[in-house]
Structure formats: structure tokens, C-alpha cells
Design a protein around this ligand. Structure first.
Ligand code: JAH
Length: 226
């Protein structure tokens, strides 16, 4: 596997290697002009198998599923904007426009690195066993269960007893339940999409009952962040 980085200015033809211009219709900031982008992408494509990705806040949300699909491709071109954006005509070059989250950065470079990292670790043989094992987690569609290692108690914080019990069936069930608890509490949107078994639905009912019981007990201090 190979990764190369290119400078759009290599595809300019003027003395000052200009890649940006003010927007038609007025407004602040500068816009990437189409010519260097078209010439760069045309030069970098190796054939019809090349997939051109554009990193923007207007893209579809980047997911693990997309990372897996991209890992199966043979050649990717990741197109990064800078400035206030690009001439919209460059979208004619693009196979897939993705967003890594709802925030504005100074350019698409960091999102491109995020996509590279997510894809590369799914390419067979690129990383070790640990990474390949870890990929099963999001593939399951739920958040990870909590994990612990030694010591069994640290600064008064105990590891859940069941994990020290050696009862593998009880541990498997506890982990599944805690994964469901976290997902329900933090990412209920994922639960809607997840394929839940009969056991999952039973565990979720237990969690719901426990959450309702907690609601009746004294409140913990909570500081709203938003
Ligand atoms: C900002 C070009 N989804 C994250 C993301 C992606 C791209 C950009 N910002 C945020 C960006 C300025 C110019 C791209």
C-alpha cells in the first residue's frame, strides 16, 4: 500500500501559482478555482477504478461501513479544500463527498487523514491482530462495553465483581447488557439501526427498569455542557 501527498499548486501555470480567487457575486474569503483541481484529479486518476473523495461539511456522514467499502477499492484520491470552499464545478469530479462531523475546520486535510486512518486499518495485512479484532466492535452497531484490567481496586474504584468470577457465560451477558446500556444512554440513534436479538431485547428491558429505578433515587450532580 502506498500513500502520496500532492500540492494543488503543482497544477497551476502562472508565475505565482495561484489556486484561489474571490467568489463571484461577492462575499468574504477566497474560493479554490476549478482549473488546478480538474488538472490534478485528471493527472492522479489511474483509470476507471480510481475513486475520488471530497472532504466537506456538506458531505454524507463518514461511517465505519464506508471505511470498509473504501478498503476494498484499489485506488483512492482524497481531495482537500482550503479557504472558504471550492468552485462548485469541481463536484463533477467527485464520486463520494463525506463529512467527519458537524464542525468547520481550516481545510479538508485533517478529515482526509481521519479517512485514511479508518480505511488503512481495514486493509488486510496492513495492521496487526489487535486492530483486526477491534474492528468487530463497531461492526456490531453498538458502543463498546466497559473494560478493566488489574488492579481489582484502585483509589476506591472497584472492577465489577462478575469480571473476576470466571463465569464466562455471565460475563458475556454482562458485557452485552453494558454495551446496550451505554448505547441507549449515549447513542439511542444506533439502537434504532442495530440488529437486536431476543436476548438483547430482554437485557434492554432490564436496563430500562434499572434506569427508572435510578430516576427515583437521589440525583447526582450534573453540569450541563450545552
Ligand atoms: C473547511 C474546506 N467534516 C469536517 C470538515 C471537512 C472539511 C472542512 N471542514 C470540516 C473544510 C474549509 C475548507 C474544507
Amino acid at each position: 500500500m502506498q500513500i502520496r501527498v500532492h500540492d494543488l499548486r503543482a497544477w497551476t501555470h502562472d508565475r505565482h501559482r495561484v489556486v484561489d480567487e474571490p467568489p463571484y457575486g461577492g462575499g468574504t474569503g477566497m474560493i479554490l478555482k476549478p482549473e488546478p483541481v480538474f488538472e490534478a484529479v485528471e493527472a492522479l486518476r489511474v483509470g476507471p477504478e480510481s475513486r475520488v473523495l471530497l472532504l466537506t461539511p456538506q458531505g454524507v456522514p463518514f461511517t465505519h461501513g464506508q471505511a470498509a467499502a473504501l478498503a476494498a477499492e484499489t485506488h483512492l484520491v482524497l481531495l482537500c479544500g482550503r479557504y472558504e470552499g471550492f468552485d462548485d464545478r469541481i463536484r463533477a469530479l467527485v464520486d463520494l463527498e463525506v463529512s467527519i462531523g458537524d464542525y468547520i475546520l481550516t481545510g479538508g486535510e485533517l478529515p482526509a487523514l481521519v479517512v485514511v486512518d479508518a480505511v488503512v486499518r481495514l486493509v488486510p495485512g496492513v495492521l496487526g491482530d489487535a486492530a483486526s479484532a477491534a474492528q468487530d466492535s463497531f461492526a456490531g452497531g453498538l458502543l463498546e462495553f466497559p473494560q478493566f484490567t488489574r488492579p481489582p481496586e484502585y483509589r476506591g474504584l472497584a472492577v465489577p465483581q462478575i469480571l473476576l468470577s470466571g463465569n464466562h457465560e455471565a460475563i458475556r451477558r454482562w458485557r452485552r447488557k453494558e454495551a446496550l446500556r451505554r448505547t441507549l444512554s449515549r447513542r439511542p440513534d444506533l439502537l434504532t439501526a442495530a440488529a437486536l436479538s431476543e436476548e438483547d431485547r430482554l437485557l434492554l428491558k432490564e436496563v430500562t427498569r434499572e434506569v427508572q429505578a435510578e430516576a427515583g433515587s437521589p440525583a447526582r450532580l450534573s453540569i450541563p455542557l450545552v
